[in-house]
Design a protein around this ligand. Structure first.
Ligand SMILES: Nc1ncnc2c1ncn2[C@@H]1O[C@H](COP(=O)(O)OP(=O)(O)OP(=O)(O)O)[C@@H](O)[C@H]1O
Length: 351
């Protein structure tokens, strides 16, 4: 009886639990939250317990700036849970924030997405973390399905729909038809790897040591996958590896593009492989309709142009690449019948 009432009084929630960001969609409200998937912790007590100091944007600002005893943690790596307890804390935090800071007296049903390549054990871990965080029922859905729904692709038609998601830890491609995944591939190379490539480039070209936050700032400011009409420049500050002293250098978008290029080549190879494995009738649809590019990494300047050139198919950039998955989860929340059809569901003991 209480569960029946709870269904009436709590809003269902969709969570895009990403390596870089967590985006939360609340039924009838839309996207209400977008926070980095980062926690800052401090060891407390002898048994190695950790006290949480900050979660989300506040914790991301601390990366590379923490005093002894404090560390920043990214509990998801390449789209899967690397630190279960911290993931549970992260989900709980975003659920409470999405509920305007009020405690969850009535536990919501939650749909969470996972990369298509994850194992059953990894899916189960996401369900357990979601239930542990206070959901009364948890569903997992494969990310390409949610992303395709969120970008408005007609995934239920007998037609080849290709969706490419470039996230923080994973790049993923899937071809969908008749509401299911025909083929999918994923690569543990995406936005984070681009940041690492820029850290390496700065060391090699300028003997300058920078942190991952600065590398991401360079990527946002100068990053591109194809030549720009007007190439850009910026000042970068770091520590000189030769004498250990602070140093400022000027970096151009041309050298940043060269550093990112090998990563984009790997993404292109993955897409070529996916096209090779796609049945010819569906390839024909993709050639006609093009592929849909989404995920935060899709925002890299000129990526759509470069992929179109490399693959010889039209490439469309999603309207809101960072929110496609969450918007797709939102569509699923509107129709729990659809959710039950395309997800794995587990009920919790809550509420
Ligand atoms: N304008 C931009 N140019 C280049 N990269 C960008 C831009 N905006 C965001 N990104 C990158 O997008 C990535 C985050 O994308 P997104 O939030 O889709 O990933 P995620 O869903 O958390 O990761 P995953 O799908 O791997 O679990 C980060 O690496 C970020 O640096």
């Amino acid at each position: 009886m209480f569960k029946f009432l709870a269904g009436w009084f709590s809003r269902d929630v969709g969570i895009d639990l990403g390596t870089a960001n967590v985006v939360v969609y609340v039924e009838n409200k839309g996207v209400v939250l977008n926070e980095p998937s980062v926690l800052a912790t401090r060891k407390s007590g002898r048994k190695g317990q950790k006290e949480i100091l900050a979660i989300g944007m506040e914790a991301k600002r601390m990366i590379g700036k923490t005093p002894a005893g404090v560390e920043t943690v990214r509990p998801l790596q390449h789209g899967v849970i690397a630190d279960f307890e911290m993931t549970e804390n992260l989900i709980q935090h975003v659920m409470v924030r999405a509920n305007q800071g009020r405690r969850l007296f009535v536990h919501p049903r939650v749909v969470v997405c996972v990369p298509a390549c994850v194992t059953e054990v990894e899916k189960r871990a996401v369900v357990d973390a979601t239930l542990g965080a206070g959901a009364r029922e948890a569903f997992v859905v494969e990310e390409p399905l949610a992303a395709a729904l969120g970008t408005g692709l007609p995934i239920h038609e007998p037609r080849g729909n290709m969706i490419v998601d470039i996230g923080g830890g994973t790049s993923e491609v899937a071809v969908l038809s008749l509401g299911g995944i025909v083929i999918s591939h994923s690569l543990r190379v995406a936005g984070d790897e681009m940041d690492n490539a820029l850290v390496a480039m700065m060391r090699q070209n300028y003997t300058l040591s920078i942190g991952e936050t600065t590398a991401e700032e360079i990527k946002f400011a100068l990053g591109s996958a194809a030549p720009l009409e007007q190439e850009l420049e910026m000042e970068v500050k770091g520590r000189d590896l030769m004498d250990g002293l602070p140093k400022v250098v000027r970096v151009s978008s041309v050298e940043v593009r060269e550093a990112l290029s090998p990563i984009i080549e790997r993404i292109e190879d993955m897409l070529r492989m996916a096209l090779e494995k796609t049945p010819p009738e569906l390839v024909k649809d993709i050639v006609d309709q093009g592929l849909m590019l989404t995920g935060g990494g899709a925002n890299l300047r000129g990526l759509n142009l470069r992929l179109a050139d490399a693959l010889n198919v039209p490439v469309h950039l999603a309207e809101q690449p960072l929110f496609s998955v969450a918007l797709g989860l939102g569509k699923m929340l509107q129709s729990m019948d659809l959710t039950r059809k395309i997800t794995v569901s587990v009920e919790g003991g809550g509420a």
